[in-house]
Ligand binder design. Sequence first.
Ligand code: ADP
Length: 316
Amino acid sequence: EGKIVTIGEILVEIMATTLGHGFLEAQTLIGPFPSGAPAIFIDQVGKLGHPAAIVSAVGDDDFGTVNLERLKQDGVDVSAVAIHPGAATGSAFVRYRPDGGRDFVFNMRDSAAGRIAATPEAGAVLAEAGHLHVMGSGLPVPAVFGMVSASIPAIKARGGTVSFDPNIRVEMLRDPAGKAAFQTVLAATDLFLPSGEELSLFSGEADEGRAIAALLDAGVKEIVLKRGKAGASHFDRDGRTDVPGFIVEEIDPTGAGDSFGATFLVARRLGKSVEDCLRYANAAGARTVTVKGPMEGTSSFAELDAFIAATPVGAA
Ligand code: ADP
């Protein structure tokens, strides 16, 4: 049935090890950890054994290599990841506040990810995609939006499908061009994967029920709302399914939504019931938050089965 393909940024994350003082004082940092929302997503698809590919760009440096090696090892086709001699792989330095929040110092503006281009290799991967997963974080790069908007009609024409994780920074919606890009993608979305306030931002409705109705009316076929430790809810024309989250100790929330989305999508493509898909996806998200590093907690089906058997769930 064809590969799951995504387009977008690859970077490394480097983490502070002390709470509170941030980067104002010298301290031990840990990393580099492979990262980037599209990279985490596609790594999880590969770990589940589903054919997977990413269209991206890295620098000709160790930060790029560490990502490429990881993705390859987990079964992802990286033939459409360009290696740019003139730009470095981007990085994000993250520190944790005592209240559990995170602050980032991004080193992305002139990175290789900003130079993702419609190369022949990208064209080849997209031409045989069975499913395109769109990540909002990459859409501001014009070449990314160009490939997304050109691929959607082609994929749909051959019976493929599209999912969309808005992964949004609010500034993107304030920009009229950004808003138009998001609306174009939403109109073609089979599976929409919002979390938190993204549901109301994209539907224009504050009330959850009205927001869901508006999105279904706009043509979205399935909506999966991510609810952090409370789990997730699925909505389609036939109704609603809620599955509670697993009870775990959250160590690092980065990547939960990405591994959740990848797992729901793969399970759905394998024909599992909505409830089973949500349970697997909740397990993937929960495993991700229990380890440091965005991509360190991605999971195979065997790991998810073992986790589900051993871990209590929260109240519905
Ligand atoms: P995003 O990362 O996109 O903001 P969430 O924070 O809702 O999305 O996390 C995605 C999924 O990961 C949740 O729906 C849930 O299944 C799982 N998850 C996230 N945080 C926790 C947590 N603290 N405990 C258990 N599961 C979690």
